[in-house]
Design a protein around this ligand. Structure first.
Ligand code: RP5
Length: 163
């Protein structure tokens, strides 16, 4: 794999998900891991979802990060159409604060896994880090980037709270 190859796909059900999913994009940018971003709705653009999930592996994508809210079928439907690892990010919904999204994504039937992260920003950041760690298993550059990111995080934690 060369450094320029796009290897992570970030997909989301709506433009409205970008505010949260942008955190995954920013994390991958910080790690210098190439990614693409697409709006792919399980309900509003089912044909686009089919094409994306069926074609992702052949295009060199190694991990898909999928964010969706409410009746959040995007990660599960994507996982049903590809053997790539799919990481689901539940978006916080207005009505149920993301509990609907979380349960929709996490409760997959046995046989079609979706690695489900926390609701919202933390989930988006961790999805990116987890995707990076998966790629790092076979890519020393990415492994180094993850390691440096962790070291910087550790260094950023003060020993005492400031008043
Ligand atoms: C889901 O419906 C999207 O993932 C989004 O979180 C939610 C609401 O979408 P919009 O009505 O804001 O487009 O499909």
């Amino acid at each position: 794999m060369t450094k320029q190859d796009i290897c992570i796909g970030i997909i989301m059900g709506s433009q409205s998900d970008w505010e949260i999913m942008n955190n995954a994009a920013e994390t991958l940018t910080a790690l210098e891991i190439p990614f693409e971003t697409k709006i792919v709705s399980a309900h509003r653009t089912p044909d686009r979802l089919y094409e994306y999930a069926k074609g992702a592996k052949d295009r060199g994508i190694k991990v898909i990060i999928a964010g969706a809210g409410g009746a959040a079928h995007l990660p599960g439907m994507a996982a049903s159409m590809t053997s790539l690892p799919v990481l689901g990010v539940p978006i916080e919904s207005k009505a149920l604060k993301g509990m609907d999204s979380l349960l929709s994504i996490v409760q997959m039937p046995g046989g079609v896994p979706v690695g489900t992260l926390a609701i919202g920003k933390a989930g988006a950041i961790n999805a990116a880090l987890l995707a990076a760690q998966i790629l790092a298993l076979e890519n020393e550059t990415f492994a180094r980037a993850v390691s440096i990111w962790r070291e910087q995080q550790t260094l950023s934690v003060a020993e005492e709270p400031s008043s």
